[in-house]
Design a protein around this ligand. Structure first.
Ligand SMILES: Cc1ncc(COP(=O)(O)O)c(C=O)c1O
Length: 402
C-alpha cells in the first residue's frame, strides 16, 4: 500500500485533544471501567422544544434545498436583530454571515485573510482550535500567557508587547473556553486602547458563551465597548452553547461587508452553508423566548460554585472563580514533582491527568492542550451528583500524592 498522502498543512496541526480525551473516557467505559468524564464541551441539556418544532416545520415546508451560502435572509435578519437587541450593534444584512458552526465562521475568517508570515495573537489558555486553524492557513499563532492572579485575563501591557507589524488578528474569547474568565467593560476598554493604536490589527470577538455569565457579571463585547474598533472587528457567536444545539451546526457573525463577502467565497468552495433545517431552527432560537436561559444559567452557576469550592479543598489545587461558560481551570503548580501511589511522577499536567484517570477514573483535559500549564480543564456540564463524586475522587487523588 502506498503511504497515506499527508499535506504540509496537515503536518502542522494535531487532532483535537479535548475530543481525544472524550473518546478515551468512552473507550475505558466500554471496557467496564467506572469512568467519570469532565472533558465534554457541550451543555448536558436537550435543545428546547420550540426549536425542535421549528426544524420539523421546516422539513415539512420543504426547506430542504441549498440556501444562500451564508444563510437564508430570515436567519441573517434574526442574527442582526440579536446583535441590536443584546449587544447594541448595528449590522446590515450584507454584514452578517452564518455558517455550519462557530468553528466554520472562524475558519472562513482566517482563510479569507491570512497569508504566510502573518501573526495572530491568541491569549492563553485558549480554545484548542485557534492555533491549529491559524497554522492550517499558513500563519503563525502568537500566544500571550494570562496569569492565575489576573483570573486568567491578559493585561493591556502584555497585549501591547505581543503586537508586531505582522499581527493581523487578535482572537479574544470571553467568557473563555477553557478558563471561564470573562472581561468586564473596563477591561475590554483597556485592551481596546491598545488596539486603537495599532490599526493593522483585526479583532475576532468569540462570544460563544455570551449567555453563560453568572451573578452580577454583565456581558460586553469589544465592538460595543469601543466603537472605534467596529470597522475591524468580527463579532462571532453561535447557537451551539446558548441553545444547546451543538449537533445542529449553526454559527454566525457580524462584521465589515468586505470581510463577510470574502468569508462567503471561502465557504462556497468548502463547507457551504449550515443545514437548511438547522438554519430555520436557529431562526426560532434567536427570535423565540429567551427566558429559559435564566434557569439554565442558574443551574450552571450552582455547579460552578460546587466545583470551585470542592477543588479548592483538594490538596495542592488552586482554582479561581470564573465569571462564565461551564469550565474551570485549576492550577496544579503545587503538585508538580510529587509522586502517585502507583509510582508515577507528576512532572507535567499531562502526567497528572494520566495518573488521575488511572487511579480514580476521572477524565479531564491537561492544560498543555490549551497552551498554559500546569493546569487542567474541568467541564461542569454534568449532573451535580456526578460532579460531587468526581471532585471527591480528585480530592482523594491529590491527598494520595507524596
Ligand atoms: C470558545 C469556542 N468558540 C467556538 C466554538 C465552536 O462552536 P461550534 O462550532 O460548535 O458552533 C467552541 C466550541 O467548543 C468554543 O468553545
Amino acid at each position: 500500500m502506498p503511504p497515506a498522502p499527508v499535506s504540509a498543512a496537515l503536518r502542522r496541526i494535531k487532532p483535537s485533544p479535548t475530543m481525544a480525551m472524550t473518546a478515551k473516557a468512552r473507550a475505558l467505559r466500554a471496557e467496564g471501567r467506572d469512568v467519570i468524564s469532565l472533558s465534554v464541551g457541550e451543555p448536558d441539556f436537550d435543545t428546547p422544544q420550540h426549536i425542535k418544532d421549528a426544524a420539523i416545520r421546516a422539513i415539512q415546508a420543504g426547506h430542504t434545498k441549498y440556501t444562500d451560502v451564508d444563510g437564508v435572509p430570515e436567519l441573517k435578519d434574526a442574527v442582526a436583530a440579536k446583535f441590536k437587541r443584546e449587544n447594541g450593534l448595528d449590522y446590515a444584512r450584507n454584514q452578517i454571515t452564518t455558517a455550519p458552526g462557530g468553528k466554520a465562521v472562524i475558519f472562513a475568517a482566517m482563510m479569507a485573510t491570512l497569508d504566510e508570515g502573518d501573526e495572530v495573537v491568541i491569549p492563553a489558555p485558549y480554545w484548542v482550535s485557534y492555533p491549529d486553524i491559524v497554522l492550517m492557513c499558513g500563519a503563525r499563532p502568537v500566544s500571550i500567557a494570562a496569569r492565575l492572579e489576573d483570573g486568567y485575563k491578559i493585561r493591556p501591557e502584555a497585549l501591547a508587547a505581543a503586537i508586531t507589524p505582522r499581527t493581523k488578528w487578535l482572537i479574544l474569547n470571553s467568557p473563555s473556553n477553557p478558563s471561564g474568565a470573562a472581561y468586564s467593560r473596563d477591561e475590554l476598554a483597556a485592551l481596546a486602547d491598545v488596539l486603537i493604536a495599532h490599526p493593522q490589527v483585526w479583532i475576532l470577538a468569540d462570544d460563544m458563551y455570551e449567555h453563560l455569565v453568572f451573578g452580577d457579571f454583565k456581558f460586553h463585547t469589544i465592538a460595543e465597548v469601543a466603537p472605534a474598533l467596529y470597522d475591524r472587528t468580527l463579532t462571532m457567536n453561535g447557537a451551539s452553547k446558548a441553545y444547546c444545539m451543538t449537533g445542529w451546526r449553526v454559527g454566525y457573525a457580524g462584521g465589515p461587508a468586505d470581510l463577510i463577502k470574502g468569508m462567503a467565497n471561502v465557504m462556497t468552495q468548502s463547507t457551504m452553508h449550515a443545514s437548511s433545517i438547522s438554519q430555520w431552527a436557529a431562526v426560532a432560537a434567536l427570535n423565540g423566548p429567551q427566558d429559559f436561559l435564566v434557569g439554565f444559567r442558574k443551574s450552571f452557576e450552582e455547579r460552578r460554585d460546587l466545583v470551585v469550592s470542592m477543588l479548592n479543598q483538594a490538596r495542592g489545587i488552586s482554582c479561581p472563580t470564573p465569571q462564565g461558560a461551564f469550565y474551570v481551570y485549576p492550577s496544579i503548580a503545587a503538585l508538580i514533582g510529587k509522586r502517585a501511589p502507583s509510582g508515577a511522577v507528576i512532572d507535567t499536567d499531562e502526567a497528572f491527568i494520566g495518573a488521575l484517570l488511572e487511579a480514580e477514573g476521572v477524565a479531564a483535559v491537561h492544560g498543555g492542550a490549551f497552551g498554559l500549564s500546569p493546569n487542567f480543564r474541568v467541564s461542569y456540564a454534568t449532573a451535580p451528583a456526578v460532579l460531587e463524586d468526581a471532585c471527591a475522587r480528585i480530592q482523594r487523588f491529590c491527598g494520595s500524592l507524596s
